[in-house]
Write a protein that binds this ligand. Sequence first.
Ligand SMILES: Cc1cc2nc3c(=O)[nH]c(=O)nc-3n(C[C@H](O)[C@H](O)[C@H](O)COP(=O)(O)OP(=O)(O)OC[C@H]3O[C@@H](n4cnc5c(N)ncnc54)[C@H](O)[C@@H]3O)c2cc1C
Length: 435
Amino acid sequence: MSYLPADFRHGRRRGQAKPDCVVVGAGVVGCSIALALARRGYLPLVVDRAEDCGQGSTKLSTAVIRQRFLHAPAVALALEGLRVWQQWPEFLGVEDPRGMALFREVGVLWLLGGPAPRLPALAHMMETVGAKAELLDAGRLAGRFPQLHIPEEPSTLNGLYEPEGGYVDDPALATHNLRVAAEAAGARFLFGTRVTEVTSRFSAATGVARQVTGVVTSSGSAISAPVVVNAGGPHSGQINLMARSPLALATAPVRQQLLEGPAPGLMHAPTHLPVLADLPGGWYCKPDAHRFRVGSLDPRDELDFQADPDRVDPVVSAAFRKDKLSGAAARLPGAKLRSPRPMVGVYDVTVADWHPILDRTDLDGYFVAVGTSGAWFKGAPVIGHLMAELVEAVRDGFDHDRTPLLVRLPYTRNLLDLGFFSRRRSPIAAAGVLG
Ligand SMILES: Cc1cc2nc3c(=O)[nH]c(=O)nc-3n(C[C@H](O)[C@H](O)[C@H](O)COP(=O)(O)OP(=O)(O)OC[C@H]3O[C@@H](n4cnc5c(N)ncnc54)[C@H](O)[C@@H]3O)c2cc1C
């Protein structure tokens, strides 16, 4: 099984003038949705207010590809994403003149402080889904990762190691790769154009339910389409309001501070460091020697919800800088950052449970792929596939609200219940965030 439908031909509907679906947002999620829809014979038009794809939340993504989540459907989505990143050129099927993003399979190591009685059950669940997970006590951690400073006391430090994890080197380039593949399949892109309204009318059939009719843009043009997908990242909540379709599970922008710079000590190191998630220290790092990044995992760091994702304070606090840099330097003595650049990104968070919402809505024809909560770059190429399956099923009369759609994932063959990502779910117990 592959991501290409059996009857797929590149650009088969390129001559057609009118789009039959509008995707709002050309981030990694919107571009992936456009690719999957175009491969099924739709003619998607992706509208983005930026001048290029991947300039929103995606641009500053750490793009860590890990599988540790507390719930099997999330592990299944992450694992399928991993398999896609491992065979990125084959998945895309086209060359991008700008170059191809690279998945660096350096492993992901989680460090957990104190007794962790539930860790074996978590590793077992991950392996049942197909994800590799190794448990390491303090002694084995020190032997396996000599680059890390593991103090002899406390000896309660535990590790969960994902040997197949890693990171994608350039998330904006990966998004451009998706765009090129989507265009080759017949999708079109409209940049520098903001969607200002999502239009609808009462359905002729029922006179009660509303049906989406398209969007209006900042240039005043109306674009008609029977399907509109919200992939607006941190603007997702605003776009739902434009569609007069707010969700019971609200999404909201959350500000995130980061530090990034070269780590000269790693440039000629004989072994790679894994991505490290140091839970007792409250930080994670992407171990790229040229763009070494440190971010927060600290539940004590304030959750910095933003009223407006376009007015986010760009200044990284001195306390953040001091705390994260000293934590990383103590754990990784060989990876001192040179002139770290402070950066501020924005997550689109599902406020109640930090899991994405991939669903239809009460407005017929209006779909959402939102609330990726700082963690779903990894699954974005698969999210496109899931959304296209959902759009098609609903078009064919499937009642997803009554019986959630089940999707067989092409590479891992896991069966994913889309009810897990429903807008109507009860909030899921959250796992915390590291990419
Ligand atoms: C700092 C940071 C670190 C992260 N680290 C990881 C990680 O390690 N691993 C991982 O898997 N995930 C990670 N994530 C999460 C991941 O990057 C996001 O889930 C993903 O990039 C979201 O993509 P998107 O396409 O939904 O949103 P975006 O990339 O934000 O795209 C939305 C697009 O919509 C456009 N838009 C918004 N409103 C409108 C409008 N009205 N009209 C037209 N266009 C509009 C925007 O311009 C934007 O281009 C991280 C995110 C951040 C911010």
